[in-house]
Design a protein. Structure first.
Length: 127
């Protein structure tokens, strides 16, 4: 088995964050007001909520790290590990360039790619 391969290659996907629904995420993008950005930063700093940056990056805070999940835009695609890495690299650049990026707590970022599957998110790859 190769790391990062799709389930058809023998990697079992696990529910992400206990299969929690992303519907409670606090959503921001670069058009967000300074007040919304400050609220998002506070949620991440205090570990009191998840934040979604635009339609594709979900940030799950903990005291040790921030788990950054990239929602796969084409989950039916057959991807190799390098393609997952490119998704993560592009998302990481977008986060750094975003207005929220400058407000992130000083914690390591741990990245993964997730897919939407009938009401839950499952991890497809982590680096």
């Amino acid at each position: 088995m190769f790391p990062g391969r799709r389930p058809h290659a023998g990697i079992r996907l696990e529910p992400v964050e206990g299969g929690m629904n992303f519907s409670d995420a606090f959503i921001v993008d670069d058009t967000a007001t300074p007040e919304r950005l400050a609220r998002a930063a506070d949620l991440l700093n205090c570990c009191t909520g998840i934040v979604m940056l635009g339609p594709a990056i979900v940030l799950w805070p903990s005291m040790r790290e921030i788990r950054c999940q990239v929602i796969d835009p084409t989950p039916a695609a057959h991807r190799c590990e390098e393609e997952y890495k490119v998704l993560v690299e592009n998302a990481a650049r977008a986060l750094v360039r975003s207005k929220l990026g400058a407000l992130l707590p000083d914690r390591p970022l741990r990245w993964a790619v997730v897919e939407k599957r009938v009401g839950v998110m499952v991890e497809a790859w982590s680096g």
